[in-house]
Write a protein of this length. Sequence first.
Length: 332
Amino acid sequence: MPGPHLTPFERGQIQAYVRHGLTPGEIAQKLGRSPSTIGRELRRNGTKNGYSAETAQRKYENRREVCRPRRKLDNPSLREYVKRAIGDEEWAPEQVAGRLPLDYPDDLTMRISHETIYQGIYGEDSLHFLVVCLAQARPKRRKKGQGKNRRGPSIPNRVGIEERPEEVEDRNEPGHWEGDTVVGSNQDGFIVTLVERHTRLLHGVKTNTKKAAETAQAVVATLLDRPASWVKTITFDNGTEFAQHELITSELGASIYFADPYAAYQRGTNENTNGLLRRYLPKGRSFKDLTQRQLDMIVEQINNRPRKCLGYRTPNEVFEQHRQERLFALRA
């Protein structure tokens, strides 16, 4: 195996030994280097005026720079795509990396890993402004912390998730939803969120209170116009705002189930999507002046984010595909 590269100090020693008339073999012996290493150094980095340590080091550094692989983000088109997707669309680096093959299927130069994007954001001053656009906008990268636990109060006639049909877990068909409530600062406003497990499509409805009656009406109003095949089950957390789940069942015909206490992972789709919503409406933000129209705009942007679990398609794209397939089936 080749030895380590010559250091600037060693090049200074070579310069001194050459001026004293030592042969390459003698210099190699004094430096503990191979004679071929010294011979190659004199041939490659010497000049017609002799050997200069400063000139030799500069030649060495220039060759290293030329040989260094070109960084992915040096590609202007790729760099602008990353800046636009993360800075304007607020996509995550993993979504950017996964979406590129769909947007540029024939351009192999438009490829990058999410890790390279992270390294660029945290390693380059010109991209560091994108840190604030990341889901975890930290000045330095660190391991994710533990998630919080959630309360599990008693709910009348509650049906646990253990009784939910197995096909819900598979995500092979649309029509199975997860629901939760996002709370504004000082509980001055609330958002009922509903996420479809197969398409990851999000609906959000602002409510003024967490009263069970208002929450139930918000869920019914949101899903009432959906075909029955699109509203088969809903899985809620254990908040008392979902206590009137039987009203939802009577209006929509959907079966309602509740996750286990302190088991947010059982509604992972909803929890993750609420995390996206929090990027626009962070904790501590008042919902008092938030309008439904403003909320609808945020929800639409989230539904247009590519998702890894969808092959980097968006929830809207997957939903539209199912809608077209349904229309085709009805015409057949």
